[in-house]
Design a binder for this molecule. Structure first.
Ligand SMILES: [Fe+2]
Length: 274
């Protein structure tokens, strides 16, 4: 089991079966598990937020639904549902670079979204948000900021974090505010993930991982865990670099449905505009 745990640069790609067995064993020793990078129907995912939360209850892990430039209307969530949810969002900047932000309360996320982000979002994949400006606004809420898939191979048509960083577009203070770099994204291959690990080491940042789940069968395929008695304690451990993660890569075939969904979202947007 030890060899399946990815930590401190030890990138391991276990099989799905080995992953499930390892997680089962881990559950008895650790307290807090969370899938911290995933998408619902609020952006390009295939499960509704309610379905995701129900599944997370059933499987005993927390979820940060990090929809693209979109948040879940909290009025539709029960108290029990809110309990399972780490308030979060994935924000796309105008140049194409993306950030994940985790908030300490749903109210903070809602306020930040309505006040600063919403006016600059024209579509879930199009914003006029500038990266340094964004980070300064997230800091006002003490949000935990991470960089998802810094070396995204699908970013041929837009910027990824590595190129953006190399162009020296990020202020020193902005870089300082980034807590962790995603070094294991389930939809990327090992070569790509290893490059992300190099970036994290270069920037001397903590590492994190995400399932980037868009479907039921990839939800929870990467879990971040630590001993924490609450979401707040979890975020504290996370920023201190005290969390571990375990995950299994998404087989390429399982990326087909999400790709079709993204295409349908773009098509809908195109026809809405014209
Ligand atoms: Fe994502």
């Amino acid at each position: 089991m030890e060899s399946l745990i990815q930590q401190k640069g030890n990138v391991i790609h276990p099989s799905v079966k080995a992953y499930k067995n390892a997680v089962k064993q881990l559950y008895s020793d650790w307290e807090f598990f969370a899938d911290i990078h995933l998408h619902s129907t609020r952006s390009d995912g295939l499960l509704s937020p309610e379905e995701i939360i129900k599944l997370s209850w059933k499987n005993n892990f927390y979820v940060a639904i990090t929809d693209h430039n979109s948040i879940i209307p909290s009025s539709g969530l029960s108290k029990q549902h809110k309990e399972r949810l780490i308030p979060a969002i994935e924000i796309l900047c105008k140049d194409g670079v993306e950030f994940l932000a985790y908030f300490h309360s749903i109210r903070d996320l809602n306020t930040c979204f309505k006040k600063y982000l919403k006016p600059k979002i024209s579509f879930i994949f199009k914003t006029s948000i500038e990266a340094n400006w964004l980070i300064s606004k997230l800091q006002k809420y003490n949000a935990v900021i991470t960089v998802p898939h810094p070396y995204c191979p699908y970013d041929q048509f837009r910027e990824n974090f590595i190129r953006y960083f190399a162009k020296k577009k990020l202020y020193r203070e902005s870089i300082g505010s980034i807590s962790n770099i995603e070094v294991f994204n389930a939809s990327h291959n090992r070569q790509i993930n290893d490059k992300c690990l190099e970036v994290a080491a270069h920037l001397k940042k903590g590492i994190c991982a995400g399932s980037d789940a868009h479907t039921k069968n990839t939800l929870g395929s990467v879990l971040t865990y630590c001993n924490a008695s609450s979401k707040e304690k979890f975020l504290e451990q996370f920023t201190k670099g005290n969390t571990l993660f375990i995950g299994t890569p998404t087989p390429k075939i399982k990326n087909v449905l999400p790709a079709l969904k993204i295409l349908s979202v773009y098509t809908k947007y195109f026809f809405m505009r014209n």
